[in-house]
Design a protein around this ligand. Sequence first.
Ligand code: DGL
Length: 269
Amino acid sequence: MIGIFDSGFGGLTILRELRKLLPEYDFLYLGDNARAPYGPRTFETIYKYTLEAVSALFARGCPLVILACNTASARALRSIQQNDLPRIAPQNRVLGIIRPTAEEAGLFSQSGHLGILGTEGTVESGSYLIEIAHFFPQLKVTQQACPLWATLVENGELDGEGARYFVKRDIESLLNKDSEIDAVLLACTHYPLLLPLIKSVIPEKIHIISQGEIVARKTSDYLLRHPEIETRLIRNGKVEFLTTDTPEFFTKGASFFGENGISAKNLTF
Ligand code: DGL
């Protein structure tokens, strides 16, 4: 199976696009809902939690794990790839979603000014600034941390007055830093759920980039280039879900993400 990991429900926005493009593969989704959000947590904690999740997915038969979480990709991916993988499973692979997104992020801006909305962890890591500079050195990139957005989404607060207040505040803060921004990247897999609200407060001329479709295409490319991994994947088109919270909690929350009537199993580390 291809393992998909997120702090909670956000990775479902990536899984949806992966299943559209790669319907024949089996996926095992793990949401660490009991410990979400990751955004405000320290590097050490995010790394520890992510390593536990990756190890659990390896143990359940995933030779390839995608961190469908920007915060985990920013804080834990490099350490896991460099320090842990050679020790715990040298034949397996862990991929993040920042690099593949950065490879295309600059294509969406005409003005050469890109905005990034993400969690504190993602923004503080500076990972997007570093990665985007490799591919689009001329692009001016401005970041804004949105501390409460993932929590709003985890709790199904997608369109109330409270959600509107925080979404408006953080978007205004981003645009005040650079008024020439004409494309904004939603650099947290939870944020596509806030899209209707975001569109209602952001100027119409600004293009909004969601990552799911980009990550799906890049994963498909990766599988073509890596037959040694691809041939180890099962192709029955099945999807299973694991959560560190209760199965009932996951079933209810996943319905906001368009995954209706799914059943999840509990996983305790
Ligand atoms: N969905 C995650 C991301 O892409 C993390 C949200 C959180 O747990 O704070 O960054």
